[in-house]
Each structure stands twice: as C-alpha cells, then as structure tokens.
Design a protein around this ligand. Sequence first.
Ligand code: PLP
Length: 480
Amino acid sequence: SSDLPLGEKVGTSWPMLGSSIEPSAPIPEHDQSNILPPTTETGTDKRPLVLEARGNHIRLADGRDILDACGGAAVACIGHGVEEVVDAMVAQAAKVSYVAWGFFDNPSRRELSRWLSQSSGGHFTKSYVTCSGSEAIEGAMKLAHEYFVWKGEPQRINYISRAESYHGITLAALSLGGHLIRRAPFEPLLVTNVHRIPACNSYRQRLPGEIDEDFVLRKAAELDKAFIEIGPDTVAAFVAEPVVGAASGCIPSVPGYFKAIKAVCDKHGALLVLDEVMCGMGRTGTLHAWEQEGVLPDIQAVGKGLAGGYQPVSAILVSKKIVDMMESKQASFTHGHTYQDHPVGCAAAMKVQQIIQSNDLLANVRTQGQYLEHLLRSKLRSHPNVGDIRGRGLFWGTEFVRDKETKKPFDPKLQISHRLHERALRPPYNMALYYGQGCAGQSRGDHVMIMPAYNVTRDVIETIVDKFTAVVHEVFDGLA
Ligand code: PLP
C-alpha cells in the first residue's frame, strides 16, 4: 500500500529479475564464472581468493599466508588493515558518505586539499581529487590544454611523452603511454596528438663510455627535436614519470635529466606534467619524487600511495602558475566526475598521510630502501640472467636478460617474469611480487618489482630478498 515505509516498498519489488539474492549459497573458491577477466599480459591464470589482509600479510582461502612484497601495484604503502584508517573511514561514512561536489563542499576534501598544498611547500595551490590514476592523468591532460585556452594559445593541442612509460588504461591516458601490449587492440582509437620520444633508460640507452652530462644533453636534444618537428607553439605539455613504474620496472632518470628537460619545456613555453601515480607520495623516499630532481612540475598526478588502497583516491595537483591564469580569466576547469572529492576517500587519504608523517615513515623508506638495494645487489648482481637492478627508496626493479653481455632479452613467449611471480606465490615462498613482461612489448628484458610498505622492517627486507633470490635460482635453473 502507498503508506508503507520506503524500505519495505523497495523490499517487495526487488530483485526484479527473478533470481534470489539470498547469500545462502557460498561461491566455490575457484568460481570466477561471473567475472569478466581484466587485463592480463599472461593469460587466464586462476587468481587466489583473499579472505583477509593485515600488515604485510594476505590470507588466502586455502589457508596460506602470503608475504606482500609489492603492495599490489605499489599501493598498500602502510600495509593492510590498519584500524585507524578503517575507523576514520567509518566515522566519515557515518557523518557524510556522499554529497554531490557540484552543489556542496565537504570538510574532508578541504582538509586533504589543504594538506596536499602544504606538502609541496605551497607550490601546488589547488588540487582536484579523483578516484584513479588514469582519471588524474586524463584530467591533467585536459587542464594543460585548458590553461592554454585561458592564456590565448588554444592551438596548443599536442603532448609529448616517452616510450617505455605507462600513464593509465583509459583512452587518452593509454595514448600517452608506451605500453605496447595494452595499447595494441585499441591503436585505431587512440588520440593522435601524442608524440613519444625515447625514454631515459641508462641501462639500455647509454652509449659506451657516455657520462651522465652527455647522456642528459642527448636526451634533452631528443625532446627539443620533437618540439621543433611538431611545432613548438602547438605543444601543451611534456608528460613523464620521474621514476618509471609498470612499463619498465622502477627506472630512475640519470642525474640532471629533469632539469634539462624542464629547460626545454620552458624554452618552448610548454608545461611539465609529472605522473607520480606510482612513484609518488613517499615511495621513493621523499613525498614527491621531483624533490630529488630539483624541478617543480606545473601539474602533477598522484594516486596509489595517496590513500594506500583503503579507498580509490587520486589527485591532480595544480601549481600557482595555472591557478593564477585561471583566476585572472575568472575561468574554471571544465571537468567533473561523479565521485570526485569523495568524503570517505578524502578521509582515508588524510589518515594514511597522517600515519606516514607521525611515524616518520619516509625516513624508514630511505633506510630500508638502501638496505634493500644493498641486499639485492649483493645477492643477485652476479646471477647470469640479472641484467640490471635499479630503483629508489622502496621501489626496486630487477631486469632479466638471456645474455648479460648483449643484454638480449628472453623470448616473451617464455613469460619469464610471470614464471617468477607464479613461483614466488606458491609454497614454500608464498610471496607476492609485481612483474612485467619484456618492457611492455618493446623487446626489453622482463622485470620484477619489489615495493614493500613504508613501515617494512629490516627482517622482512631480508626475508623478501632471500625468497626472491631462491625463486630466481629455481626458475632459471629450471630453464637450463
Ligand atoms: N600512471 C602511472 C605511472 C601508473 O603506474 C598507473 C597505474 O599503474 C596509472 C597512471 C593509472 O592508474 P590507475 O590504474 O589507478 O588508473
């Protein structure tokens, strides 16, 4: 009848399509029949069911405890199940779980935005809180162009990015990135105003005897040439990851690279957009990876470590230069997502960042990062198939090659990095590693990434490297 309370009315008419939603029938552990398999470079392996995750441990349905050596894709930066974060999320959800950002503001978003600005010493005066790294990058691309619309240079519609990079999975972000495997089926749909220059990969590209300064000059000249070919006054931004993540496995640039690159951008009046979705928010030992490069980006994207996986949160950080232009034209950014500035997401991010600060976890990232580097080098450098070990902070990649002399990679069909991941995940190792195949389809070596939580201890670092070393020996001995 019409005077029933709303809940009961809904209850009587739902579910509409007939089948019962009683949670009575447990779903068998390996039943993934209703799930559209997400992207995988490795086929349709059965993904183990996770029942619980605490600290750096992931408990599986089969009773095993997995040591999380990578935080997913460098996401779980303070480990799993931290009660303070869960409490902050619950408290926020109980107060306000959602309001439309277009009509209302919410205190948790104000608090997070103020902190993001303070965290850059005031360089970023405003931020825009989104949900995923891809959204942040797409927003950054749009903002870069709209800045030039406000400035009276609407012809700046081109972007320059780098090969061996990954900037996200949505169409424009995918167009920026050089992840050939993920791009392949969609090449005809990708935006065409993106031009990619070679990466800054010291292991693969440095000429015999070439010193840092010469290498940097050569890289800056590549960018300058791209500007000139495209038409310098048509380029909105150069976009790059300060330390390249998923596409090639923790590759830092050589000293001086970003300073030289920024000078080229300035010369041609284009913006520098840094993608710190993976390497940012403390992962490399400073809150922002650019702090170690001596440059300030005009726009920056952050994600993963911002809320440590407790909520899907990312952000576009916007420098004063962009904001001043926008305000001088009384303009606003023509953009918006339903779930941006989400109160629970902002509360989770703020609590994760407070925990990092109050426990001085970035100091631990630097200390344990040095120890991780030392152990990786001392235990694996001499292995005949380890080509390169590189990284920064708690962001370390190992690249595997068939031939150390020639740096020839393995045949991608062998799926070396996937084998390493698979072997690590099974007993007796029970450890999660992040892996990538053959530099995302560009005939580079396979790589494996180790990216533990910022509060990792020395003991756990030792366990991770011991297990990893044993896995490497086992997998390559098995190939022989
Ligand atoms: N940018 C970088 C550097 C990334 O590593 C990623 C994800 O791995 C993205 C962007 C896209 O982020 P998301 O997967 O949250 O959309």
